[in-house]
Write a protein that binds this ligand. Sequence first.
Ligand SMILES: C[S@@+](CC[C@H](N)C(=O)[O-])C[C@H]1O[C@@H](n2cnc3c(N)ncnc32)[C@H](O)[C@@H]1O
Length: 155
Amino acid sequence: MIEIPALLSILPNMVGKRILDLGCGFGEHCKLFVEKGAEKVVGLDISQKMIEVAKLENHISKIDDIHLSMEDLATLNQKFDIVVSSLAFHYVEAYPKLIKDIYHLLTDGGYLLFSQEHPLVTSHSQGERWIKNDDGMKLYANISNYGREGERDVV
Ligand SMILES: C[S@@+](CC[C@H](N)C(=O)[O-])C[C@H]1O[C@@H](n2cnc3c(N)ncnc32)[C@H](O)[C@@H]1O
């Protein structure tokens, strides 16, 4: 409801472009990029199951679904005009390396567009998740862990 329209609203012109989708999941965005005129789309995901679903449900010609992690991006021997990633960067520990690897895969003047999970989602570490009133209505989220950098666990 929020992230997808925001991300799609800033996509550059995709006609004739080679696109890489990092953490493509079921591949819905890959299909959309082809519909928007992309010449070739590579979707990669660390999950073999996600890639299998992408191949079953959203595969059309011009799309290459690859089982690969973002950590191994440097093994891709291709160039792209646009790299897109929707809600997946927060799973990668070595952010500077990821950005460097993407830089080497992009053509000159290429674009990187990404979204990532807001830290609000994982910032609860102790006490109740929600502060509620006497009627049980949620008043505030407990974000006691908000400022802590580094790895976070999600139960
Ligand atoms: C929240 S889903 C988003 C999927 C898709 N981008 C979308 O917007 O519908 C995050 C995806 O990132 C993938 N992922 C997580 N860590 C990854 C990694 N290190 N390398 C590649 N993909 C990863 C997950 O398997 C999952 O498919």
